[in-house]
Design a protein around this ligand. Structure first.
Ligand code: ARG
Length: 266
């Protein structure tokens, strides 16, 4: 198992494109580096290979590798960022993924799609978010490019602007789910399609608990995950918690800093 990460060398809050970001709130880059390194080391300790992307000056959100693309079976659908501030990342993600041997697909510029931040597999089905960053119209072409079925979920709370802030598949039957972030029809859809739904209160999701990385029977996330210890244990998972508050200033947590590469063609 490999995860793509990008060191926070140029990380900062230099613009505001989600409700968590305030340019007036300074990021402590040293502290951010300590938090990122602790996550990196935790992954290594759990047996994950880390693949490093090259950070670029002027692209402070490149640290959030989850937004590079969605990956499946040797293919990648590259992100088409909604905000100009992040569009400069796209050629770097393309070359990074090509170097890793992925067949890279692109969407028309007119469609926004923000990669694994808004597209997560539960088993072989790709659950895709829309409403803030990703356009609903992108879901069908993403599904065609990867040859997978997609399920569209509507996000309604601007604090949970990417799917991975409020929804996290733990295995092919189990998800963490902050249902209040979704339209009523999308809530029903998740409950109908996923056998084991662990409900996450809004306040816990606001601590970025759902922005989690499952690795076998552990789940790595922010300290807010402590509030889910009992339901996680019942589902067979144990939590590993790491502070990520410097990244939360930018609207990101553990999962945003991580792009699992397990589907790369060898
Ligand atoms: N500041 C970044 C943005 O607003 C945060 C991205 C978080 N990534 C994620 N996968 N949720 O684009």
């Amino acid at each position: 198992m490999a995860i793509l990460m990008c060191p926070p060398v140029h990380f900062g809050v230099e613009y505001e494109i989600n409700p968590w970001m305030h340019v007036a709130v300074a990021v402590d880059r040293k502290q951010a580096t300590r938090q990122w390194t602790a996550l990196h080391d935790t992954y290594q300790r759990l047996g994950v290979d880390i693949v490093m992307a090259n950070p670029r000056p002027g692209l402070p959100d490149m640290v959030f590798t989850a937004n590079a693309a969605v990956l499946w079976d040797g293919r990648a659908v590259l992100s088409s960022f909604q905000h100009r501030e992040r569009q400069g990342e796209e050629p770097h993600w393309r070359s990074t993924l090509e170097l890793l041997n992925f067949e890279v697909h692109e969407l028309p510029r007119t469609m926004s799609f923000e990669g694994a931040g808004d597209a997560l597999f539960v088993g072989e089905r790709l659950f895709c978010g829309h409403g803030f960053r990703t356009d609903r119209e992108s879901h069908a072409p993403v599904g065609r490019a990867l040859g997978v079925e997609t399920v569209s979920l509507e996000l309604i709370d601007p604090s949970f602007y990417h799917l991975d802030t409020c929804f996290c598949p733990l295995d092919s039957n189990t998800v963490l789910f902050a249902s209040q972030a979704f339209s009523p029809a999308s809530r029903d859809m998740v409950r109908r399609l996923v056998p084991n739904v662990i409900e996450v209160p809004r306040s816990v999701a606001a601590g970025f608990a759902c922005n989690a990385m499952p690795l076998q029977d552990t789940v790595v996330s922010s300290p807010a995950l402590a509030q889910l210890t009992a339901p996680l244990r019942d589902a067979g998972f144990s939590p590993v918690m790491l502070p990520v508050d410097e990244f939360m200033k930018s609207g990101g947590g553990v999962r945003c800093l991580s792009l699992p590469l397990l589907t790369a063609r060898s």
